[in-house]
Design a protein around this ligand. Structure first.
Ligand SMILES: [Ca+2]
Ligand SMILES: [Ca+2]
Length: 513
């Protein structure tokens, strides 16, 4: 029987509205350089009441690791659902469109299926702090709307920031207790912009949204309002002890992320750095809280999947290291919280997972068509039942040597331009790392007895059987990280990208990363 045209159109409209109403929204929140120093992960000092509340509303992944502990490679991997060896993005200031131009990014997949996709702040790589206020190394295809506010931390405060390398803030330990309120800072402005976008989305509930919000803190420079510093008295900040003894059993590439200027660190400076890093976390948590409150206020919380994660972890002196780019737990591990429809409230998942798993997870949860070549696993079964084991391992990689050479900069001393790869396999119990297929060193840590990874068990006779198994597993897994032709995609010569920068109002030299 044929329906009269107007009736058919009405039925179609009702059905499509019903479908739209059942498709969940996504609020995808990233913090930059955030390690697992959060209340909900059991940190004894750091206060993160808003993220703790989010954790209670969903599943907390205890053993989530990034695929490459550096902003650009990690974010390109996460947002394409491919390992860095398949994106070809192994350093910053590069974008997957240079290597695999036809890949479909995670937000792009949502857009193709009718979602409204918006970005606020850092999702792809940015030079922090200089690119703040611009699109950074963005992928325009990924978003319908982009917002790039710049606050006092970017526009006014550079001359006041303390840095181990004066004038350099991005790649160097640097901090500042700002006299200006949260609302004047970039992350505060971003939270406000997110509220504004959510208000617009709440008025058009028939169209689901994918809102990506990338906070810049706690990335260096650790700038946040003074009031947050008060929660972390300098004298009470921890300083890692026993570094020399710990380093004695480590191969050189394990410590390859050490920076010369860190020789200047005294215990007083170490305490100040930790204080400022923790303060920046609490500041970021408060901004995230404003956005989560807006979600509640606008009646969007029930039908919105909320993700909170970071692009990699962060060292605060463990093994004598600071910042990122190591394959130790502190640098490879990330916080990962997923709440909303499809996620068990208050769940804790212990099995290892990766940022590479977010693409297949979110597309499945939302019924969005995903590309066929994704390399991660869907976490949907773990979100329903956090005891599900899933893949049971996660792989992280870094590059030493030539891969670190930055555009226009000469290679570091002793760098012969050859790239050396390091891979770390994290299972439920172990972390097993090989540098240059073991030729440049191996590490094995048993997290059951050594959660701080202080005792390298590699090549100890009593571990031979365990190590052989892990090595075989690692080699097999690494093979699966390449594209079908087995080669890491290269950027064509001359196809370089320069990060946009706002004109520096001080006309001074600000730090690059
Ligand atoms: Ca980062
Ligand atoms: Ca050690």
């Amino acid at each position: 029987m044929r329906l009269p045209t107007f009736l058919g159109a009405t039925v179609f409209l009702i059905i499509s509205q019903l479908q739209a109403a059942t498709r969940p929204n996504v609020l995808f929140m990233m913090a930059d350089d955030l390690n697992n120093s959060l209340g909900c992960y059991g940190h004894p000092l750091v206060k993160t009441p808003n993220l703790d509340k989010l954790a209670a509303r969903g599943v907390r992944f205890q053993n989530a690791n990034c695929q490459f502990p550096l902003c650009g490679p990690s974010r390109n991997s996460m947002l394409t659902g491919l390992y860095p060896n398949s994106t070809g993005i192994l350093t910053n200031s590069q974008l997957f469109r240079q290597t695999i131009p036809n890949a479909v990014s995670l937000p792009q997949a949502f857009r193709r299926d009718g979602y409204f996709a918006a970005r606020i702040g850092k999702l792809y790589h940015y030079g922090v702090p200089n690119s703040i206020g611009t699109n950074g190394h963005d992928d325009p295809t990924s978003w319908e709307l982009e917002l790039n506010p710049a606050g006092c931390d970017r526009l006014l405060e550079h001359p006041d920031i303390f840095s181990l390398l004066p004038g350099n803030f991005g790649g160097t330990l640097s901090w500042y207790a700002s006299p200006r309120p949260d609302e004047k800072h970039t992350d505060g402005l971003q939270a406000k912009d997110a509220e504004w976008v959510l208000e617009r989305c709440a008025k058009e509930k028939d169209r689901p949204f994918f809102l990506a919000l990338g906070f810049f803190r706690p990335h260096t420079p650790y700038v946040s309002p003074k009031k947050w510093f008060k929660g972390y008295p300098e004298a009470e900040m921890p300083v890692v002890q026993g570094v020399k003894e710990d380093q004695a059993d480590l191969p050189a590439p394990a410590l390859g992320s050490y920076k010369k200027e860190q020789d200047k660190l005294t215990d007083d400076l170490r305490r100040q750095a930790v204080q400022a890093y923790f303060s920046a976390i609490s500041f970021m948590d408060a901004q995230a809280g404003k956005v989560l409150d807006a979600l509640d206020r606008l009646g969007l919380a029930e039908n919105t999947i909320v993700v909170l994660t970071s692009d990699h972890g962060y060292h605060l002196g463990e093994h004598g290291l600071w910042q990122k780019q190591s394959l130790f737990e502190e640098s490879a591990r990330v916080p990962l919280l997923i709440a909303g429809p499809g996620a068990k409230k208050g769940g804790v998942a212990n099995s290892p997972v990766g940022l590479i798993d977010l693409y297949p997870t979110l597309t499945e949860l939302c019924g969005v068509k995903a590309p066929e070549n994704l390399q991660g696993q869907s976490l949907v079964p773990m979100l329903k039942d956090p005891t599900v084991k899933g893949r049971g391992w996660v792989l992280s990689e870094v590059v030493r040597g030539g891969g670190f050479k930055r555009m226009g900069a000469s290679a570091a001393k002793g760098d012969d331009g050859k790239r050396l790869f390091g891979y770390a396999l994290r299972t439920d119990r172990y972390r097993y790392t090989e540098w240059d297929e073991g030729n440049a060193g191996k590490e094995l840590y048993d997290h059951e007895s050594d959660p701080k990874e202080l005792t390298n068990l590699a090549d100890k006779p009593e571990q031979a059987e365990v190590q052989a198994k892990l090595a075989e597993q690692l080699h097999g897994i690494v093979k699966t990280t390449y594209p079908a032709n087995g080669k890491i995609p290269e950027i064509p010569q001359g196809n370089v990208m320069y990060a946009p920068e706002l004109v520096d109002p001080q006309g001074g030299k600000a730090g690059k990363e």
